[in-house]
Design a protein around this ligand. Structure first.
Ligand code: FAD
Length: 451
């Protein structure tokens, strides 16, 4: 018997989490804190012992939803103060080499933080060592699942043995290509859709300058918007920048020689070449192929009271709102609140989670698709900058009433679907303002001309 957080004496639940990525390792901590027995199974080797694997973004933007979840396991302040690099706005690099800044929050200077994926994942895993009720099994690949029985078969990747395990509850946190979700797809009434966008991404790097410092102003997310494609850069602790090129695969395929790479960068990102360095640009460009971006929607997230999906396994989104990890962390916060509310009654927790969560993650999935267009194209348009200045002004004037979309998504815990509804009524008011200003201007001109 264990005394749970709510003071009740209860037999702890036996829970298996598949996937020791960011979301799985955070969920393990939250369940361990509640006194349950947690077994975390991870396909890869312990990330604390492996160097960064190319193909997974090196750094991520952490915002309020992710921070709230980290706060509940006591790691938020460490991440913000010791590790994260604040980014207070977008730093736009125009075609002609000139630059300008679009602050995220001109009113209260809120910011997002650039954090290292491996660092954060390692920190979460390390933290779990404080809990005797967490067991971690690395190099274990889920190969089969009977979700009704709560039984899983793992392949030990080092010696190719298989092992079968059972639990009261299985949580699939095994990412966008989830094996748990694959098993759930055999269930009747399980809806699933996935979309690969026609754009892929490739990571490059800007090294520190000769003085060992950042080569660009560090407190920003840098963007080179070029209409149908873009380059972005996020700062790292070691004074490097992780630079990501998002572009249609067709265009990546066209650029197949060193000359073409240099000509392409020379034409579209000329100011980035001296920062990256020609040699390094060519090395990194040809070191690996561009990677795909997939968006996954599915529901329900549970199979009766035995299995649940969270994080990318439940809702992989394209990365343009910087909310994939943040929404996955928010899943953990919401689950924790439901464990509290329903006193660890799995059936009630899973059913409420599944019935309510989908609206918000579907909303952020759609917003993320939209934000790609905003980042790669709209940010350069006068109409966008005009709307942003009106939003900023009204936010300054009416901070509780007029919260702009980006701010509500990144700096509040407002449900994502509500952020969208918020934006919809703001759009209507904005249109009325434009009509009013238009009529007023027209009326004034008419009045002056007949006077
Ligand atoms: C280019 C890019 C940039 C991004 N930038 C941001 C950002 O700025 N901010 C943000 O919030 N999000 C960002 N994201 C999204 C973010 O990376 C994901 O949302 C987040 O990593 C999801 O975490 P997860 O734990 O659910 O899944 P994952 O990180 O994919 O972890 C899943 C884990 O499950 C393991 N696994 C898989 N299959 C099995 C199996 N069969 N058996 C056992 N284990 C298995 C995997 O090895 C992995 O460790 C970005 C994504 C990309 C691609």
């Amino acid at each position: 018997m264990t005394t749970l957080q709510n003071g009740h004496q209860k037999k702890p639940l036996d829970i298996i989490i598949v996937g020791g990525g960011l979301v799985g390792s955070l969920e393990a901590l939250l369940l361990a804190k509640r006194g349950h027995r947690v077994r975390l199974y991870e396909y890869r080797e312990d990330i604390r012992r492996t160097p960064h694997v190319r193909g997974r973004s090196i750094n991520l933007a952490l915002s309020v939803r992710g921070r709230k979840a980290l706060q509940s396991v006591g790691l938020e302040q460490h991440m913000i103060r010791e590790h994260g690099i604040p980014m207070v706005g977008r730093y736009i690099h125009k075609f002609d080499g000139s630059t300008y800044v679009i602050p995220y929050d001109a009113r209260t200077n809120q910011c997002i933080y650039s954090v290292g994926r491996n660092y954060l994942n390692s920190l979460l895993l390390k933290e779990s060592e404080k809990y005797g009720n967490v067991e971690k099994y690395f190099n274990h690949k889920l190969i089969n699942a009977d979700l009704h029985k709560g039984s899983l078969t793992f392949l030990k990747t080092q010696n190719k043995e298989t092992v079968e395990v059972n639990a009261d509850l299985i949580i699939g946190a095994d990412g966008a290509y989830s094996a748990v979700r694959k098993a759930m797809m055999k269930q009747p009434l399980f809806d699933y859709s996935q979309k690969y966008i026609e754009h892929g991404y490739m990571e490059l790097c800007i090294p520190p300058g000769e003085d060992g410092e950042f080569q660009m102003p560090s407190k920003y997310l840098h963007i080179w918007p070029r209409g149908n494609f873009m380059l972005i850069a996020l700062p790292n602790q070691d004074r490097t920048w992780t630079v990501t090129l998002f572009m249609p695969f067709a265009k990546f395929n066209e650029i197949d020689t060193e000359e073409k790479v240099l000509a392409f960068f020379g034409k579209y990102f000329a100011d980035a070449i001296p920062l990256i360095g020609k040699k390094k640009l060519l090395e990194d460009f040809f070191a690996a192929s561009a990677l795909p971006l997939v968006s996954v929607k599915c529901r329900p997230y549970n199979v009766i009271d035995k299995t649940l999906l969270i994080g990318d396994a439940a809702h992989a989104v394209v990365p343009f709102y910087g909310q994939g990890m943040n929404s996955g962390f928010e899943d953990c916060t919401i689950l924790d609140e439901l464990f509290q509310k329903h006193n660890d009654d799995i059936a009630k927790i899973l059913s409420e989670y599944s019935d309510t969560r989908w609206k918000d993650v579907f909303a952020i999935s759609d917003l993320a698709m939209y934000n790609y267009i905003e980042m790669r194209d709209l940010v350069t348009r006068p109409s966008y900058l005009f709307r942003k200045s009106i939003d900023d002004f009204l936010f300054w004037l009416l901070p509780d009433l007029w919260v702009p979309l980006y701010n509500s998504v990144s700096f509040t815990n407002m449900p994502y679907s509500e952020c969208v509804r918020n934006r919809q009524w703001q759009d209507k008011i904005f249109q009325l303002i434009i009509i009013f200003v238009g009529l007023w201007t027209f009326g004034s001109i008419l009045y002056l001309s007949v006077r």
